[in-house]
Design a protein around this ligand. Structure first.
Ligand code: URA
Length: 329
């Protein structure tokens, strides 16, 4: 009996991953799976909704996913070819059962998957050149990397897009990547990011369940000797970046946002917000989305040691409202 997997949409990577884990746990061979996407008539089994990890039979072999496979999937799922999920699941299955496969670049399945990834990438570049707004977070990442609408990108190591689940209900927005973020290509991983992660953990928020990004996508700095010192982006630079932030918000479609600091608050609201006066308050954007105003973690790092503890407690209390906010998590 073939198994039918119904994914939420044509590019439902998360659903595909879950389904792969469930199918592998049950040792369902690739030839026995029919992949469907949301728009098509759904049939019986929905392995995408599949058994939770705890329901995985204890005897099932662990699924090994080589590091390069997920980035390949991210692109291939965006291809129009109706056989893309078949191909990816077959490759994943074969990677488990044919040890030499990952070192065989001439294998027909590899060749086809790489070809599809390249076609998707080329399409993204074409739409970015045509001025179209990216239609996926991956396309956004490609477009950001090429952006030179303001001078900042010329000097940064790379663009730093936000990270988190595509449909996270809560989105945090900072100012711009710092030195570490610029080097690692991930938001909030330097000293301010570590304080932010600690706050999330203390609030019981799993960082992986929320979307975390920045108002400006490249690191602006000035060189002092060998050190790169953060410089606040100018209003025109932030304004040039606004459409990227709005694209990100439209793609993630969060129920609520948290503005960390003045730059984020201004970009999200469209007017200057006095953060020290408005912190802990919810404002409403023109699109109806609610925005909680909070201090930026760097502001806490800069405080006098004797003020830090109380300020941190007050910051946590402000951020706690985002957790308490109905349906935000
Ligand atoms: N500060 C920010 O605003 N964003 C980061 O990603 C890191 C530091």
């Amino acid at each position: 009996m073939p198994r039918t997997v119904t994914l939420a949409g044509g590019a439902d990577l998360e659903g595909f991953r879950r389904a792969c884990r469930a199918l592998w746990a049950e040792q369902v061979e690739p030839g026995r799976v029919r992949w469907r996407t949301g728009g098509e008539a759904a049939e019986a089994l929905d392995a995408g909704a599949g058994p939770p990890p705890s329901a995985t039979p204890p005897f099932a072999r662990a699924l090994h996913v080589p590091a390069a496979f997920m980035p390949l999937c991210e692109q291939v799922v965006l291809h129009r070819d109706a056989g893309r999920f078949d191909l990816l699941y077959r490759l994943l299955w074969r990677l488990q059962t044919e040890p030499g496969l990952r070192h065989d670049p001439g294998d027909a399945d590899w060749v086809r998957a790489r070809e599809m990834a390249r076609e998707v990438h080329d399409d993204m570049v074409k739409s970015a050149d045509g001025g179209e707004a990216p239609r996926s977070l991956l396309a956004l990442r490609v477009a950001l990397e090429r952006c030179r609408e303001c001078p900042i990108g010329e000097h940064a190591t790379q663009a730093v897009p936000g990270e988190g689940p595509r449909h996270a209900r809560l989105m945090f927005v900072g100012e711009q990547p710092g030195d570490q973020e610029d080097l690692q290509g991930r938001p909030f991983v330097g000293p301010a990011g570590q304080l932010f992660s600690r706050a999330l953990a203390e609030l019981g928020i799993d960082r992986r369940t929320v979307y975390i990004g920045n108002a400006v996508k490249h690191f602006k700095f000035e060189l002092r000797g060998k050190r790169r010192i953060h410089k606040t982006p100018a209003q025109e630079e932030a304004a040039a970046c606004l459409h990227w932030l709005e694209t990100e918000i439209a793609l993630v479609d969060p129920e609520a946002l948290v503005a960390l600091g003045a730059t984020a608050a201004r970009q999200l609201m469209g007017f200057a917000v006095a953060v020290t006066r408005s912190r802990g308050q919810w404002l409403k954007r023109a699109d109806g989305r609610r925005v909680l105003i909070a201090l930026h973690p760097s502001a806490l790092l800069r405080m006098e040691p004797e003020d830090k503890e109380a300020a941190y407690a007050a910051w946590l209390a402000d951020l706690r409202q985002a957790v308490a906010s109905k349906g935000a998590l």
